[in-house]
Design a protein around this ligand. Sequence first.
Ligand SMILES: [Zn+2]
Ligand SMILES: [Zn+2]
Length: 144
Amino acid sequence: MEDITIRIRTGAVHVQHATCPAGCSLMAPDVSIGGFPSIRVTIAFGSERGQLYLDPGYGSFQHQTGLTIPPRTVVEMSCPTCGESLAQDEPCADCGARTFRLSLPQGGTITGCLRAGCHRHKLELADLDGDLLRLYERDKRIIL
Ligand SMILES: [Zn+2]
Ligand SMILES: [Zn+2]
């Protein structure tokens, strides 16, 4: 596989169809962030456990949670529906913590760091024909 790096404006990509590895939708239409439905996951650290709403704007980090996460804490993340872990073994290239992976349509993925405050993340698109064409056609926003 060859890697291609594309620089995009923050907020230019909005995730609208994220799922867990088992295929449950993670979208939370009842909680919008930046005007779009957020991505709901269950997080846990120490004795705390609760919901975290991820900002669906790629590169934007206005996440919402009722929990107080101490800075630099590495959290566990799982699917609120089936409980499957979203963590994977690939370490964060910046801080070495474990990372999580969200599945997108057509085999794409978003990988992010599980350490609070670390903004390392990566978007991989498998369906280049469809997704990249859309990126060029609609220069305002790409919907995944
Ligand atoms: Zn699930
Ligand atoms: Zn990190």
